[in-house]
Ligand binder design. Sequence first.
Ligand SMILES: Nc1nc2c(ncn2[C@@H]2O[C@H](COP(=O)(O)OP(=O)(O)OP(=O)(O)O)[C@@H](O)[C@H]2O)c(=O)[nH]1
Ligand SMILES: [Mg+2]
Length: 453
Amino acid sequence: MFDNLSEKLQRVFKNLRGEGKLSAENMEAALREIRVALLEADVHFRVVKQFMEAVKEKAMGQEVLTALSPTQQVIKIVRDEMVKMLGTHQAKLRMANEPPTIIMIVGLQGSGKTTSTGKLARYLSKNGSSPMMVSVDVYRPAARKQLSVLARDLKLPVYEGSADETKPLELARGARKETIQTGRDILLVDTAGRLHIDEELMTELTELRDQLNPAEILFVADAMTGQDAVKSADEFHKRLGITGTILTKMDGDARGGAALSIRSVTGQPLKFVGVGEKSDALEPFHPDRVAQRILGMGDMLSLIEKVEESIDQKQAEEMQRKLLDDDFTLGDFRDQMKQLRKLGPLESILGMMPQLGPLKDIKNAKIDEGEITRLVAIVDSMTPKERANHMMINGQRRKRIAKGSGTSVQEVNTLLKQYSQMRKMMKSFTGGGGGMLGKRLAKMKLPSGFGFG
Ligand SMILES: Nc1nc2c(ncn2[C@@H]2O[C@H](COP(=O)(O)OP(=O)(O)OP(=O)(O)O)[C@@H](O)[C@H]2O)c(=O)[nH]1
Ligand SMILES: [Mg+2]
């Protein structure tokens, strides 16, 4: 569904990455392209405006993670804002304090209310609830029949109503009573739809709402109808106060932008998406996963997440300073190793960093978990003085350290050699003559341990 948008955004990021440096101009250009991509994907213009303002402000501002390259930062900002636009958290269904919880399903004709009622009943019963359904669509005889058939297939109860219950309010009242009497905890109320929002429908829905006091009023929006879905969501919300949206027909080929706009426009979360006609084609809506899918940069995004999770910003800056001041001790070396371990397998990290091109060979460094653990043990067996000054570690001391760490003198020697090499290498990167690579690395401030081996 988001194929087009996804493709365009990825192109923007790819172009950005191609630029050696992120300047105000290419940033402007990238932002312009992102804006056009969103509009073309049918995202509501007001939402686009908000989105772009937020991205711009952050991108130009100081709110940056120095462990990421400038391009990665732009991607991160766009990702964060996208998640925000979609709702940040997965919105759970609200439950009433006292059962039964009543959920009203509302929306325009043909949006998928009845289908979604069945899907939701199935979902709830699979998740430990015992739902009851009722259709209060008294205008089309087939409408209630449709829900009964669905319920029968699902082997879930539907309230059929008695002969004297001919009005929506009467049916709803009867259904609620039946729900309580049969010990069910949730009542799903499928309501009638109209081609357009009209007074009569709204009055009926507000009366139902006032009588039922529902925990949820879910607006069913047909993703295929684009901005119309956004507009009617907005109107339903103003008249009725919806508590969330079910977005149907996400399996279709709509551009998807409307889907991205409803939450921002109504202020109410997207709770579920319908992805097919069958009863099991309903998914809870996960803003982060959808953003991920749209940006289509799984690897880059997970790297960003890993860096966010595991790199202590202060520590990284401190490390940077130490490298520059030639103050990088064995203790720091150990700490870097520990950070590397938190980041996960070295190869996968390096694989995720396209701008490390010239450093690709380091992939062969092959530092594995066990090795890091051994290195850490060796450094731990040194005295603070030894860690501060590796030159003092003579043969006698090496023997002691090997014994203390359960390793061999050979391994201690190797570690010391690698540490010296790394210092030399890092110094050439971060010190004056480091050239392009050094400057880049310095800017990224990633754990420098991978220079090792
Ligand atoms: N592909 C696809 N089709 C869907 C989805 N949800 C509903 N439909 C189809 O949309 C059509 C209308 O669905 P209904 O559930 O009858 O819609 P409604 O809102 O109850 O319609 P009215 O009661 O007439 O207002 C049916 O053909 C459904 O199979 C979905 O997520 N994906
Ligand atoms: Mg219906």
